[in-house]
Design a protein around this ligand. Structure first.
Ligand code: SF4
Length: 443
């Protein structure tokens, strides 16, 4: 009997990549591969890479280099590299030249072709490179999936991005924005709810511009949210990533009047300074942003926000940075994802002259984190003594505790049996530490 082939996928970067690895696993399992435990028992190792930061790319190159020893022991092993990093012509050529033990290099547009690429490699005995760009999303949409996020299921609604923020490589590696038909998305979501998934997260680089390319007033992001919200199941609906210039008041009203949409919004502001926002090509001002935040707070009393902030963008002055500190104090985010600006090859900001010294960037980052920790601690304490509805999503590693998420996106830990997994329950918050709430089931 032929030995069953085994695969391993290493995923870098964002949720988009996590979901694409679920699709790549789907193809491999359809081909008869099963999941390997370690590199040594894998017949195929696939790296799904990220290009968002140059430091991350260097790490990925060194991880690819480490695979050489496995290939030496097992000549028939297939090593493949895909994702945003390999979609870049230069990086793809670099892998082909400097890492001769890599068999297949392919880009973000060609993930649905994995089976063909493997067969081509096996039949021709030649290394394969495929980074052809296409805006035809039918193949990618129809890919089988091996879902790995517990009770949550990711669902793509758009691919690519049209925004060209000056620090970002995404539009260059994922192409122009293409939206899936609304009926296809609703159909996929309904299928997942029938299967028993409890949380659906819609995915796109900018979910709020969903439908702009479809030129159909019945296929907008607000209409999509409403259509999913009307499905007769017990579930929560979430989405990422939102762009502050595109999230509309209609979408905020839709969240307010919905039954299933989470009262949690990740709305990346990036900076609180209008000068920096302009240099980043974000196309909103701090005051435009705050208007939307205030509107959402007025309409949805328990809404929580999180955001991404880049410190040390070229030209950022002390005054600009202070505007960011002021903005985070006004919004009172429950969570912030903070980054030091680093040059990204091929972007507009890479060529900006007024780059900031690393020492200053680090010092600003430390001040930002300190301020945010104060805010998050106080914000979390407000929940003590309150009752929240939570979805129990998993168990804490090495501890007999359950982890759950509230409808407003707070992380909650509680004691309880495994029977609670996948259930919506009411809990009473007893204490908090930074962003985490500790609670007991309310019976
Ligand atoms: S919206 Fe801006 S930051 Fe987000 S993916 Fe598009 S270009 Fe990058």
């Amino acid at each position: 009997m032929e030995k069953q082939k085994r695969y391993l996928i290493k995923t870098y970067g964002c949720q988009m990549n996590v979901h694409e690895s679920e699709k790549l696993s789907g193809i491999l399992e359809q081909m008869g591969y099963t999941l390997a435990d370690t590199e040594t028992d894998a017949d195929l190792i696939l790296f799904n890479t990220c290009a968002i930061r140059e430091s991350a790319e260097q790490k990925i190159y060194s991880h690819i280099g480490e695979l050489k020893k496995y290939k030496k022991q097992r000549k028939d092993m297939i090593i493949a590299v895909c994702g945003c990093m390999s979609q870049q012509q230069k990086a793809a050529e670099n892998i082909m030249t400097k890492y001769p033990f890599v068999d297949i290099v392919f880009g973000t547009h060609n993930i649905a072709k994995l089976k063909e690429l493997i067969e081509k490699r096996q039949q021709s005995k030649k290394r394969v490179l495929s980074i052809v760009e296409t805006e035809d999303i039918k193949e990618r949409d129809g890919m089988p999936k091996v879902r790995t996020s517990g009770y949550n299921a990711w669902v793509n609604i758009t691919y690519g991005c049209n925004n060209f923020c000056t620090y970002c490589i995404v539009p260059y590696v994922r192409g122009r924005e293409v939206s899936r038909p609304l009926s296809d998305i609703v159909g996929e979501v309904e299928g997942l709810l029938k299967e028993g998934y409890k949380k659906i997260t819609l995915l796109g680089q900018n979910v709020n511009s969903y439908g702009n390319d479809l030129n159909d007033e019945d296929q907008t992001f607000a209409k999509l949210l409403k259509a999913i919200d009307n499905l007769p199941y017990d579930f929560w609906l979430s989405f990422m990533t939102s762009h502050p210039k595109d999230i509309s008041f209609e979408v905020l009203d839709t969240i307010a009047s919905s039954k299933h949409i989470m009262h949690y919004l990740h709305l990346p502001v990036q900076s609180g300074s209008d000068n920096v926002l302009k240099a980043m090509n974000r196309r909103y001002t701090a005051s435009d942003y705050l208007k939307k935040i205030d509107y959402a707070k007025n309409k949805i009393s328990d809404i929580e926000f999180s955001s991404d902030i880049i410190v040390g963008f070229p030209g950022e002055t002390e005054e600009d940075f202070n505007d960011t500190l002021k903005l985070i104090s006004k919004v009172k985010y429950s969570q912030l994802f903070t980054f030091i600006y680093s040059k990204r090859r091929g972007t507009v900001a890479e060529k900006m002259e007024n780059q900031i010294e690393l020492k200053i960037k680090k010092e600003r980052l430390a001040r930002l984190i300190e301020k945010q920790n104060e805010i998050a601690t106080l914000e979390a304490q407000k929940y003590i003594g309150k009752t929240l509805e939570v979805l129990v999503e998993g168990k804490l590693k090495n501890k007999n505790k359950l982890i759950a998420t509230s409808k407003c996106g707070k992380n909650v830990q509680l004691e309880g049996s495994d029977e609670l997994l996948g259930k919506f329950i009411k809990v009473r918050v007893e204490s908090s530490k930074l962003t985490v709430l500790f609670a007991k089931e309310e019976k």
